[in-house]
Design a protein around this ligand. Structure first.
Ligand code: GDP
Length: 385
């Protein structure tokens, strides 16, 4: 499906940059336009693939290109004030060519955390195309303020978008990795999963007509509302021609193997690490996409995987299809679970955020009291005026 990507803040911009590189590398064709919005000049300068004219600096009057720090209320304010600057960049997009907007932002910081929900609300008012969010949750070790920002932003963002796709940095970090190196790796994981899904909805890959190619309306229907998470599993296959053997008996055997492989990949994708871990049975809708060389994909395999997911989720709304990729030596399964409601990480995030908010309020009140008692002499000294 064709997307207008808008990366908000540092994380959002870097991930959109990575989406552009990925779309190019796989010849996906799902990025129709890419915009980066930030209140920090240096972050915009650091991008490699987003075109210069699509890099929008906001909040200049207030923060002079230095960013809003981790103040997401300020991030929201400067976005409201400079929404026309962002709209100016969106005006250059052929909106009738896109299937949806996707706003990408780290939820724990300032600019993206505060600005992404404001932009979502604005786009919803103006356009009829769906507006999706891709929200990145902070690691639990990032501290109270990031958790508080993320919880408040999450609550607002989910209300303003048609669907919030979520990626939790916390479950994807590795011990012993530098923060930057870690993000580079994580961003590739993010882009591969979400990129494969969106590329799957983009028809016209090579000359192979698949049995049941996924189209963008199936993705849009699955993303009807709520929160989504993605699972992905893949396996290297022998592409030396075994499946194309002209011996009938061998052909049947191989087809059975391909069906089993696809079914087991759907299970692995669902039960392995999701972008946001959740209780799978709480999903309202789902989409299974089989990807790989066309000769290794088959309707029966996707159908079995789809049925398995129906049993697992108890949902009657599980869609399935192919995304054939000629010349690949891997077969994969992408599982999109949408409308999930049993998500322990979100409960935990909100709990820690409420505690952080209470602590912040107490500290602020105490500080005010202590300051007053420091300055106040009980009327024994007169101020100058
Ligand atoms: P902003 O520029 O004020 O919007 O804030 P940032 O985007 O720098 O940071 C917000 C949060 O995003 C951080 O707390 C991290 O959890 C996360 N983050 C920052 N950079 C990256 C990145 O490159 N990749 C990922 N996955 N997360 C990031």
């Amino acid at each position: 499906m064709k997307l207008a990507l808008i990366g908000f803040g540092q994380a959002g911009g870097k991930i959109v940059d990575e989406f552009l590189a990925y779309d190019d590398a796989v010849d996906g064709g799902f990025v129709e336009a890419a915009i980066a919005v930030n209140s920090a000049t240096t972050d915009l300068k650091g991008l490699e693939h987003v075109p210069q004219q699509n890099r929008v600096l906001i909040g200049q009057a207030r923060v002079k290109g230095h960013g809003v720090g981790a103040d997401n209320e300020l991030g929201a304010t400067v976005t409201e004030e400079d929404i026309d600057e962002i709209q100016g960049a969106i005006d250059r997009i052929q909106v009738h060519e896109i299937d949806a907007f996707l706003i990408v932002a780290g939820m724990g910081g300032g600019t993206g955390s505060g600005g992404a929900p404001v932009l979502a609300k604005h786009l919803q008012r103006i356009y009829t195309e769906p507006v999706y969010g891709l929200g990145i949750l902070p690691g639990t070790d990032e501290g109270g303020i990031y958790t508080l920002n993320a919880a408040r932003s999450f609550q607002t963002f989910v209300r303003e978008v048609d669907n919030l796709l979520v990626f939790d940095n916390d479950v994807w970090r590795s011990a012993g990795e530098s923060v930057e190196g870690g993000y580079d790796r994580i961003n590739k994981e993010i882009v591969e999963r979400f990129g494969l899904l969106f590329a799957a909805g983009e028809v016209g890959h090579g000359d192979h007509v698949a049995e049941s190619v996924v189209d963008s309306s199936e993705i849009i229907n699955t993303l009807e509302d709520g929160i989504s998470t993605i699972g992905y599993a893949r396996e290297t296959v022998d592409t030396s021609g075994g499946l194309l053997s002209s011996f009938r008996g061998e052909e049947e055997f191989d087809e059975g193997a391909a069906v089993n492989r696809l079914t087991s990949l759907v299970r692995k994708a669902t039960l392995g690490r999701l972008t946001l871990p959740c209780d799978v049975s709480s999903a309202d809708r789902g989409l299974v996409v089989a990807t790989g060389p066309p000769e290794h994909l088959n309707r029966k395999g996707v159908e079995r995987g789809r049925q398995w997911l129906e049993d697992e989720t108890g949902s009657m709304e599980i869609r399935g299809g192919d995304y054939p990729r000629t010349g690949q030596d891997e077969v994969g399964a992408i599982v999109l679970l949408s409308g999930v409601t049993d998500v322990p990480r979100v409960d935990q995030l909100q709990q820690v955020a409420i505690e952080a908010q209470e602590t912040t309020e107490t500290v602020r009140a105490n500080a005010q009291e202590e300051f007053s008692s420091l300055v106040d002499t009980g009327g024994e000294l007169d101020a100058l005026f």
